[in-house]
Design a protein around this ligand. Structure first.
Ligand SMILES: Nc1ncnc2c1ncn2[C@@H]1O[C@H](COP(=O)(O)OP(=O)(O)OP(=O)(O)O)[C@@H](O)[C@H]1O
Length: 236
């Protein structure tokens, strides 16, 4: 992964299993968000391949790529809701763009998605009228609008108080349990890493590559790399 001639990370090799919660972790500036941008299909790798269900996302026509990307959902740090639209309209938007459902059906689905994230009855609220934690949950409802196979989540707990962050983690776990969605999450929050992560990779800024991979709890007890251990125990 590179910006112009500046290589951010190289020699990354990993697989995400269907239905798992996969964590991308590492210190500030190591390239976690950049990796997410590649996995989402927003950035093309400077070298190498990204496969979804064995298909190289950049070895496709634009239409095929749009089709692949529409099978994924993204929850951005801010929730990324449109401020001029109600929550109901925000969630309806991807449904009206990507399906041929009539508006009454779309409204029903939007309400159902809001209820899944604990926001039943909030259809007519604007993003500015609800709390940051609620906005994240509404963002999650929108990311889940099209029942994606893969949900990408960027720093879910950024800007949230610890209780709201914990609630969001629990919600993400529930969605995985009930819908079987594969979840790829960027985070450096230890609580999230240990409470929701099945598998994690650790990106290092200086080495410019992943220096560990595996279940987070196993990395904590078994990694002999001080950088990984320090990160997971929050030592200096
Ligand atoms: N659009 C860009 N153009 C050039 N360099 C960029 C761009 N975006 C990020 N970078 C650089 O790439 C490196 C990795 O950034 P990135 O945001 O992916 O890291 P991160 O691990 O997500 O950081 P953080 O945890 O602080 O959000 C940084 O050195 C950053 O300055």
């Amino acid at each position: 992964m590179a910006y112009a001639d500046t290589v951010i990370q190289q020699n990354l090799s990993f697989s995400v299993k269907h239905g798992e919660i996969f964590i991308i972790m590492g210190g500030s500036g190591c390239g976690k968000s950049t990796l997410l941008r590649h996995l989402i299909g927003l950035m093309e790798p400077a070298a190498g391949e990204i496969l979804i269900n064995d298909i190289n996302i950049w070895d496709t026509t634009v239409d095929e790529r749009i089709q692949m990307i529409s099978r994924t959902g993204v929850l951005y740090q801010s929730g990324a809701l449109f401020s001029s639209m109600t929550l109901g309209e925000n969630i309806a938007l991807p449904l009206s763009e990507h399906t041929s459902l009539v508006s009454s059906e779309i409204e029903k689905i939007a309400s159902y998605k809001l209820s899944l994230v604990g926001l039943a009855g909030f259809e007519d609220y604007y993003p500015s009228e609800i709390s940051g934690g609620m906005r994240k949950r509404a963002g999650l409802a929108r990311a889940m609008a099209l029942d994606p196979d893969i949900l990408f989540v960027d720093e879910p707990s950024a800007g949230l108080d610890p209780i709201s962050a914990k609630l969001l983690d629990r919600l993400i776990l529930e969605l995985r349990e009930s819908l079987g969605t594969t979840i790829v999450m960027v985070t450096h929050e230890l609580e999230s890493i240990f409470s929701v992560g099945d598998t994690a990779i650790f990106l290092d800024t200086d080495e410019k590559t992943m220096i560990a991979s595996g279940p987070p709890k196993q990395l904590l007890t078994e990694s002999t790399d001080p950088r990984v251990r320090n990160f997971l125990t929050r030592s200096a």
